[in-house]
Structure formats: structure tokens, C-alpha cells
Design a protein around this ligand. Structure first.
Ligand code: FES
Length: 190
């Protein structure tokens, strides 16, 4: 009735357990029988580095979970999302017709764990326009104390020196100084 592969994964399920530092967790219940399956994933460099699962269900559901976990480890997120309930049943050498509903849990629980991981990623991404992302904005610093020079005022926010552009190198120099700190050019005396 069951294939050898189903029996093997049922009797020696791989990757059973929980994961305290999971990057994503997904849980689904089977409406037909009320059984439950929880998947935990660890992601490293956009690949599924580890999978653990807990299944409260029949032998077929345990075999399905075990197979899904093996199929997912090492895959990229995109590849893991392509694992379907049908491909898992196929990989197991088929399931009896009256047990096909048990295979519905496996890929769904894995996909939910991936969705959970992706949601967490979005939450930790800095919002666009934040200081980290706007580093390409050109900034000018004071040549005397290295503090930032403020916009149109041309004044150093730290030492409050007022600046004018050096007529030679066009970099900021103290309006009242006689010599440019960048190129050493001296102001023509009037
Ligand atoms: Fe519930 Fe198989 S009978 S998952």
C-alpha cells in the first residue's frame, strides 16, 4: 500500500524537532483530519541552510514532512517555493489515493515558513530615504575643525566659521582668512 520511500521516511523521519533561533516558522492544519504540521527554517545567504519540523499526524504526513525537509535544505528561497504538494508525493513514490490529502500539509507549511521569513526581512530593512541609504548625498566639511558645513548659510555647524569659496581652488575657506587652507592661495589685498 505504501512505497518503500514512504515507509522509510515514516520509520526514520529526517529533521524532526524545533528550532529556537528559526528565521521563519510556518504552521498549517489539515481540515480533513485536524492534524497539524509546523516547519522551522534557517536561511543563510538566501539559501535554506536547515529545516526542522513537528508533525502531529498520520504516518503519511510524517513521511511527507520528512521528505519536504530534505528537498528544501540547500535550495534557494525561489527554488524552495517551487516545491509543491504534488512534487513531494511524487518524490515519495506516490501516496495511496485516500492519503493524498495528507501530502497537502508539507509544502504549504514550508511555504508559510518562507513567507514568515520574508515578512521578517521586510521589517528589518531600513526604510528608503533613511540616513544609511542617502550616503551618496554630497557633504562638505569644515577644513578647520572637520565639522559639517550647513547648506546655503556656508557656516560650519561646529566652529561657526563663515565660509567663502577660494578664488583659486573653489573649496571653502574662512571668509576672514588671508590664506586658503587647501591650496594656500592668498587673497588679493585691497
Ligand atoms: Fe491527517 Fe494524514 S490523516 S494528515
Amino acid at each position: 500500500m505504501y512505497s518503500e520511500k514512504v515507509m522509510d521516511h515514516f520509520q526514520n523521519p529526517r529533521n524532526v524537532g524545533t528550532m529556537s533561533d528559526a528565521d521563519g516558522v510556518g504552521q498549517v492544519g489539515n481540515p480533513v483530519c485536524g492534524d497539524m504540521m509546523t516547519f522551522y527554517i534557517k536561511v543563510k545567504e538566501a539559501r535554506i541552510a536547515d529545516v526542522k519540523f513537528q508533525t502531529f499526524g498520520c504516518g503519511a504526513a510524517i513521511a511527507v514532512s520528512s521528505m519536504v525537509s530534505e528537498m528544501a535544505i540547500g535550495k534557494t528561497i525561489e527554488e524552495a517555493l517551487k516545491i509543491t504538494n504534488e512534487s513531494v508525493a511524487e518524490e515519495l513514490g506516490g501516496l495511496p489515493k485516500n492519503k493524498m490529502h495528507c501530502s497537502n500539509l508539507g509544502a504549504d507549511a514550508l511555504h508559510k515558513a518562507i513567507e514568515n521569513y520574508q515578512e521578517k526581512q521586510k521589517e528589518t530593512e531600513p526604510p528608503s530615504g533613511s540616513p544609511e541609504k542617502s550616503q551618496d548625498k554630497e557633504t562638505c566639511s569644515c577644513p578647520y575643525c572637520e565639522g559639517p558645513i550647513e547648506g546655503l548659510e556656508n557656516t560650519c555647524v561646529s566652529c561657526h566659521i563663515e565660509f567663502a569659496d577660494c578664488p583659486e581652488c573653489h573649496k571653502p575657506m574662512n571668509k576672514k582668512a588671508d590664506e586658503c587652507p587647501h591650496c594656500g592661495a592668498t587673497k588679493p589685498r585691497v
